[in-house]
Every structure is written in C-alpha cells, then in structure tokens.
Write a protein that binds this ligand. Structure first.
Ligand SMILES: Nc1ncnc2c1ncn2[C@@H]1O[C@H](COP(=O)(O)OP(=O)(O)O)[C@@H](O)[C@H]1O
Ligand SMILES: O=C(OP(=O)(O)O)[C@H](O)COP(=O)(O)O
Length: 407
C-alpha cells in the first residue's frame, strides 16, 4: 500500500489545486472523450461534493505538435462526466486566472489553461527549482492544498507535477491511489504461479528496455506488434522492415538491435514469438502466412496470425498474473484485431491478476465489447505504467510519499 495522504485527509472547505492528466487524442482540433475524463471525474466530483473550491490544472500535447491545444474543449467533456459545471479560464497563472480562483464559491470547479502554454512548466528540472518558478509562486498563495491525480504524467519533472508539493500540503487523488496500487503490483507483489507479459504496440524502444529489466520477474513474454516483428528479425526472419513510407521498424531496430539480440540470447526460452502473421491481401481481405515461409519482406504485417493467437491462449490460462503493454496488431481495423482481442479474451476468461496498460490498447476493450470488470485493472497510463512495472520510482509520486512521511 502507498503511504500517501489522500483527499480524505483534506481540511474542510479547502481551496484545492488539482493536477489531472487529460492529455487526449485530438481530432480536427477537438479532444476526444476517453477513460482519462471518466476516471478523473470521480476525484473532481468528490472534492466538489465535499464543499471544496476546486481549481484544476492539466496539459495537452507539446508545443510544436498538432495535439498542442487549449483546454476549453476538455472543460466541456469533463463537466459531462462530473455532472457539474466546469468553468474554464484561458490563462495559467496571470491576473485573470488568479481572479477566477479567488472568486470561486464552495463546490465550484474551475479549469485553468494548458499548463504547457506557460514557459515555466516544461523543461525538466529538480522539484526545488520548479518550486521557485513564477508559475508556482504566483498560484500557490491563492490555494490551501495541492492534490496530484495525474499518475500517468508522474514520470515527468514538470512544474505542475513536482513544484507544488514543496510549497503546499500535498495529497493524492483517487486516480493516483488506484493507479499506484495496481501498477506497482508487479514490483512489490509475489505471485504463486507464472507471470506473463504480453508485449506489442508501436513503442518498441520503451518495451524492450522493460523486458530486459523484468527478466527476473516475468516468466514468459508473448510478443506481437512492432516489438514482436523486431524479435522475429533478430531470430533470422526477414520481417520488421519498413515498407513504403512506414517509419516504425528500421529506426527502432537500429536503436535496439544489440539489446534485442542479447535478450533473445539470454531469455529465448521465455520469449514466445509469432509463428504466423497477418497482412492485407490483394483482395483487401485479411491474409495470413507462416513465419517459416517468409523469404523476403514485401508485406507490412498488421497482426499476429490465427495459429499464434491459439498458441498464446494456454500460457495465459496457466498464469497467475498477466500484464499487457501494447496491442498485438492494428486492432482499430477489425481485420487485424484478432491478436489483440484474442489475448484480451483469454485474460478475461481467467481469474488471474491482470493489468492492461496504455491508452491505445485499453481502447480495444470497449471497441470489441469486452467487460472492463473482467480485468483487475485497466490503466490509463502508458509511459508511467511501464516504468512502474520495473520498480522505477516516479518523481511526482515520490514527492507525495515524502509529504506524507514529513507529517
Ligand atoms: N504490426 C503493427 N504495425 C503497426 N502498428 C501496430 C502493429 N501492431 C500494433 N500496432 C499499433 O500499436 C498501437 C498501440 O501501440 P502503443 O502506443 O505502443 O501502445 P499503447 O498506446 O497501448 O501504450 C495500436 O494503436 C496499434 O494500431
Ligand atoms: O499521455 C501521457 O503519456 P502516455 O502516452 O505515456 O500515457 C502523459 O500525459 C504524459 O505526456 P507526455 O508524454 O507528453 O509528457
């Protein structure tokens, strides 16, 4: 269990500054509703119903990228989930923001503008340095307490995450509590039987490092997605090359080749690779090929094949714990969802401890009519989740623990 102070410990009638992670897919300039809104709404509603004055901070995208937008649309979506008005002010810590904070009544909710629109937020620096930025010194006197609910951003040393806990009493929100407990389970929990990790997705560079770090804790890895093809390539199969204007494989192969080869060499018996792959045939339908029959890379493979899906079922059913990071195929296209849905269905049928992580992968659960209740935890974190799996501590989480210990 964590040693946080939680929102249960807040003094009555507090003016609270709450850090959420509402970072979302942006389509046509508009944020798309997703699990992050639904989960954070619980913390926000509880604070407002308790009579606190609630000031929210969050980020969206990064300067220079297409997904770097204002949070005004986020306020609308969040309000629907909370069931209360969420006011928005297009300012981070200037006079307009401070006046709006001061004007809040008990139970009212205000969302400030994208924290990354303020220069003090982004460069990573120590909590001490961040606590002395104008962003933090301007906002802190206008509130009584700081609540961090943004577990999924807790690996970043940004002002809104690490600056405030040094100058305000700091508490964990409900999402922080539940994500922390479930995601650190693999580092702290002992399992009686085998532990399996399903590894896929596109961010191979992230997960291959995690596979190496978890080698002593995970009994078997079931591979698919981009990482799966890179391991097949290391095993001598001509797959895992970029076709056309793809940019998923070659760069990640160059960056990780040595690590992949050494993980395969040392832990080969624990690593299950696809024996067949799926691609788009000439008729536009799903086609499959046995890996052993692939002589040269001409196709872009978009899923593991049906023989592989069938082979991944038994190890999942025998497991005491299963952790998923990344999809086994391009599940957004129904033709290539078999691998991802197949492993999620196998997990849902067992009563093992299971965590499904990653914003993208977890979307497959509702897309294909699976029941979230059949998994122990569906995480809204990606980068923070895989760091936690290795036992790496997250700076913003550490500060909450320090705040509780110093009480
Ligand atoms: N073979 C593949 N080729 C291209 N994309 C893939 C492949 N397999 C899986 N994907 C994509 O990986 C995405 C999820 O990857 P990633 O971002 O690493 O995971 P998450 O967001 O769950 O943390 C999915 O949206 C899926 O379309
Ligand atoms: O969405 C996030 O991370 P994730 O994609 O790893 O889940 C967090 O909001 C962190 O965002 P960042 O990776 O732009 O710092």
């Amino acid at each position: 269990m964590s040693t946080f102070r939680t929102i249960d410990d807040l003094p009555a009638d507090s003016r609270v500054l709450v850090r959420l992670d509402l970072n979302s897919p942006i389509d046509d300039g508009e944020p798309q509703d997703n699990r992050r809104f639904e989960r954070h709404a619980e913390t926000v509603r509880e604070l407002a119903e308790a009579g606190h004055r609630v000031v929210l901070m969050a980020h969206q995208g990064r300067p220079g990228r297409d997904d770097f937008t204002s949070l005004s649309g986020h306020a609308t979506i969040l309000a629907e989930h909370v069931g209360r008005d969420v006011a928005f002010v297009a300012d981070t810590y200037g006079d307009e923001a401070l006046a709006a904070i001061d004007a809040l009544d008990a139970g009212e909710i205000l969302l400030l503008e994208n924290t990354r629109m303020c220069d003090d937020e982004l460069p990573e620096a120590s909590p001490e340095d961040k606590s002395q930025t104008e962003f933090v010194t301007a906002l802190a006197p206008h509130v009584d307490a700081y609540v961090n609910d943004a577990y999924s951003a807790a690996h970043r040393k940004h002002a809104s995450l690490v600056g405030f806990p040094l100058v305000l009493p700091a508490y964990a929100g409900r999402v922080m509590e539940t994500e922390y407990e479930a995601n650190t389970a693999i580092a702290t929990r002992e399992f009686d039987g085998p532990v399996t990790m399903v590894v896929g997705g596109t961010k191979a560079t992230d997960v291959i490092g995690v596979m190496d770090a978890l080698a002593g804790k995970v009994d078997r890895f079931l591979l698919g997605g981009v990482a799966g093809e890179l391991f097949l390539r290391a095993a001598g199969h001509p797959v895992g090359h970029d076709v056309g204007d793809m940019d998923l494989f070659d760069e990640q192969w160059a960056a990780n080749r040595e690590l992949i080869e050494s993980v395969l060499d040392e832990r080969g018996d624990a690593i299950h690779l696809a024996t067949d792959l799926a691609y788009e045939g000439d008729d536009g339908e799903r086609a499959e090929v046995a890996v052993a029959d692939i002589d040269e890379k001409t196709e872009g493979y978009l899923d593991v094949g049906s023989e592989t899906v069938a082979a991944y079922g038994p190890p999942i059913r025998e497991s005491d714990a299963v952790f998923v990071k990344g999809a086994l195929g391009v599940f957004e296209d129904e033709r290539f969802a078999d691998g991802t849905v197949g492993v999620l269905e196998a997990i849902a049928e067992t009563d093992c401890f299971s965590v499904v992580g990653g914003g993208d992968t977890s979307r497959a659960i509702e897309m294909y009519g699976l029941d979230e209740a059949d998994f122990s935890h569906v995480s809204i974190a990606g980068g923070a989740y895989i760091r936690a799996l290795t036992g790496e501590s997250l700076p913003a989480v550490e500060l909450l623990e320090d705040a509780a210990a110093a009480e």
